[in-house]
Each structure stands twice: as structure tokens, then as C-alpha cells.
Design a protein around this ligand. Structure first.
Ligand SMILES: *Cc1c(COP(=O)(O)O)cnc(C)c1O
Length: 389
């Protein structure tokens, strides 16, 4: 935490004016003294001073050597996939973010990239599909929406022995809670749309790596393909990151109380939150994270979509929306929202029950969120189809 606030405190002061806020360089090009003689910037797809501050910031926050900023989380993911060639294989977590699944399956498979999906909560599960063709191991930890935990160090050892790179989508944890590069990952990526920008007002993506050569390759693809983050959104993301440590503290505090409240409630069946000792990934999460994050999912004893929808209709602090990681609490019903296009049987296999509800705990007063949950659950019992006794 102190380490992170120190990095943020060292954001550059504008040398021209002393402005304490990073200037927004809204320019496409830079005037040159003579061909090739300039101040390090020639064209803003290649480099922009505002974006560069953000790129250096994420590199430092993740303890890497190079950072890159993209127009969305998926654009950052797309840039990593450009490292691959036809015939290469990926091993990915089976409850991967839906947009990543769509990009892998419907865009890259047609170029001859094969993806194996495994439950990475046990590292040995990757071994049967790990081969010389494996080029990337794609982890999310915690995952969405059932918050499974993968052991980054253990999987990193298997991956590196096979010559594969480990990519960690660190969106749910943020660098405040987890630093995958320090645990042996090669590439860390973020949907900056979520916790990093933090105010539900930006779409952006970030990468950080520690290896210089890998950084140069990714930088080449960023410039060649052009999916860069604009200066205004770069500035909003820097501004968001300035309060990231404080916000993460509040997200974690609120999620802890909400998870406890749910775990003790008679209408609630399962609670998915890595901070609970009964969570199967609790020990690994306690080792590789500094806290357990702001996300909590749960199922109802009456395991129906109707019961879940009746709960959602009652919440006031938790607003019904996709996305997560903003200052305002959000609630979602994956079965009818993010996972709607997945056949029911496949969805159930992935642990997304009919009544599963996902909460993104914001930074409101913890007692208000607790009261909102309790009140909404008490009103859920009036659901006409409820057989709960
Ligand atoms: C949202 C999200 C993404 C995609 O990011 P966008 O900014 O929406 O493109 C990738 N991974 C995870 C875990 C996410 O939550």
C-alpha cells in the first residue's frame, strides 16, 4: 500500500508550467526541427505524452519494465494474442471472461490458434494439455463470477518448464492486492475500465511486462495495429489510479461485511468470496493477495432465476448493471446477463447457477450496503414462487 502510494506520489510535474495534474496532450502530431529531430514524440499513435505517463505508471505499479495502454481491455488482450502463430495453443481458465472467450473462439481459432479450457484452481489440471505447442497460459484469479483462485507461482513453474508464457488478467485484484509479475507471470493485463479507472466512466486496457524484449514486441503490435488509448481517457485513468489504494481498501472492507452477512443468512445457499475460510482457494488467495477484493457472488436456497430476479428488483444501493469495480455498487444476474448466450447445461457446468447473483461492492458506507442486502433478502421471501420455509 505504502509502496503504491509512493509510486503515485512520484507522478511527474509538468516541466513547462509546474501543473500538478498531468497535462492532456490532445494532439495528433509533433513539430520536428528537422526530419527525425524531435523531443521523443513524432506521431500520437506511436507515442503520446499523456498516455506515456499512464504506461510508465502501470509498469511501476506492477513492478514491470514496460507498460502499454489500449482502447479497451479486449484491445490489450488482442495485442497479446498477436504474439501467436497458426498452430500455437493456449491453455485458459474455464470460467474466463466472456469477451476473452469470444475473441479466442470466434476470431483467433479461425487463424489456427487452439484453446484448451481447464479448471486452473488445481495447477495439475493444466498438465494433460500442456505441450510444446502451448505458448500462453491464460489465467484470471479471482475469476468471474465464481471467484476461483489459481496459484500463479505453481502454474508459472509448469509453464516455464514447457516454454510457455503466463498471462494474468489482474482486473479483479488490481496491483494493490496482487502483483502477478512478482509471482512469476510474464504479462499482466487489466481492463482499466474496472478498478483502475474506478468511476464507471472510461473504457480502457493496460498491459505490463518485465522482460524488455517482450515489451518491445508488444509495443510493436500496439503501434502496428493502432488500438491505443486516447489522451483524455489516459488522463481519466491516471486520475482514477491516484485514489486506487484508498478505493481498494473500501471495496475490500465492504465486500468482507457483505460476504459475512450473506454467509449467515438463512435464504442464502453458497457464498463465493475468497476471504471466507471455507472458500476452496482461500489459502492460495491469502498467500498471493494482500486482501480479497470487492467482488462477492452468492446463490439462493431457492435456486431459481425468479428468486434471483426478485432479489435484484429490491436493491437500492446495488444498481443493476454489467461491469464492476466502480465507486458505486453494482449487482448482476449472470445467467440472464453476461452468460445468457451460453447454453444452460454449459453454464451450470461452469458453476453459474440459475440463482447466482454477483455483487460489485462500491465504496459506500458498509452498513448501508449490509442494510440493502438484508432488506432485499427479506423482500425476496415474498416472491410468490418461493418454497423456502
Ligand atoms: C471487463 C473485463 C475485460 C474486458 O475489458 P473491456 O475494457 O471491457 O474491454 C477483460 N477481463 C476481465 C476480467 C474483465 O472484467
Amino acid at each position: 500500500m505504502q509502496e503504491i502510494t509512493k509510486i503515485i506520489q512520484q507522478l511527474p510535474i509538468d516541466p513547462l508550467t509546474g501543473a500538478i495534474s498531468v497535462p492532456i496532450y490532445q494532439t495528433s502530431t509533433f513539430v520536428q526541427e528537422a526530419p527525425g529531430v524531435h523531443k521523443g514524440f513524432d506521431y500520437a499513435r506511436s507515442n503520446n505524452p499523456t498516455r506515456l505517463v499512464l504506461e510508465n505508471l502501470i509498469a511501476q505499479l506492477e513492478n514491470g519494465s514496460k507498460g502499454l495502454a489500449f482502447a479497451s481491455g479486449l484491445a490489450a488482450i488482442d495485442c497479446v494474442l498477436k504474439l501467436l502463430q497458426s498452430g500455437d495453443e493456449i491453455i485458459a481458465v474455464d470460467d474466463i471472461y466472456g469477451g476473452s472467450y469470444r475473441l479466442f473462439t470466434h476470431v483467433y481459432e479461425k487463424f489456427g490458434v487452439k484453446v484448451h479450457y481447464v479448471d486452473a484452481s488445481s495447477p495439475d489440471n493444466i498438465l494433460p494439455v500442456l505441450s510444446a505447442k502451448t505458448k500462453l497460459i491464460w489465467l484470471e484469479t479471482p475469476t468471474n463470477p465464481t471467484l476461483k483462485i489459481a496459484d500463479i507461482s505453481a502454474i508459472g513453474r509448469y509453464a516455464h518448464a514447457a516454454g510457455a508464457l503466463v498471462v494474468v488478467d489482474n482486473t479483479f485484484a488490481s496491483p494493490v492486492l496482487q502483483k502477478p509479475l512478482e509471482l512469476g507471470a510474464d504479462i499482466v493485463l487489466h481492463s482499466a475500465t474496472k478498478y483502475l479507472a474506478g468511476h464507471s466512466d472510461v473504457i480502457g486496457g493496460l498491459l505490463a511486462v518485465k522482460d524488455d524484449e517482450l515489451g518491445l514486441k508488444l509495443k510493436f503490435f500496439q503501434n502496428a495495429c493502432g488500438n491505443i488509448l486516447g489522451p483524455w481517457d489516459s488522463w481519466l485513468t491516471i486520475r482514477g489510479i491516484e485514489t486506487l489504494p484508498l478505493r481498494m481498501e473500501a471495496h475490500c472492507r465492504n465486500a468482507r461485511l457483505v460476504a459475512q452477512t450473506l454467509a449467515e443468512h438463512t435464504l442464502v445457499d453458497q457464498v463465493y468470496y475468497p476471504g471466507l475460510p471455507q472458500h476452496p482457494g482461500h489459502d492460495v488467495a491469502a498467500r498471493q493477495q494482500t486482501d480479497f477484493g470487492g467482488m462477492v457472488s452468492f446463490t439462493l436456497k431457492e435456486n431459481t432465476e425468479e428468486a434471483a430476479l426478485s432479489f435484484l428488483a429490491q436493491t437500492r444501493f446495488f444498481k443493476l448493471a454489467e461491469s464492476l469495480g466502480g465507486v458505486k455498487s453494482l449487482v448482476a444476474h449472470p445467467a440472464s446477463m453476461t452468460h445468457k448466450s451460453i447454453p444452460r447445461e454449459k453454464r451450470l457446468q461452469a458453476g453459474v447457477q440459475d440463482s447466482l447473483i454477483r455483487l460489485s461492492c462500491g465504496i459506500e458506507a458498509a452498513q448501508d450496503l449490509q442494510a440493502d442486502i438484508l432488506k432485499s433478502l427479506s423482500q425476496t421471501t415474498h416472491c410468490p414462487t418461493s418454497p423456502i420455509l
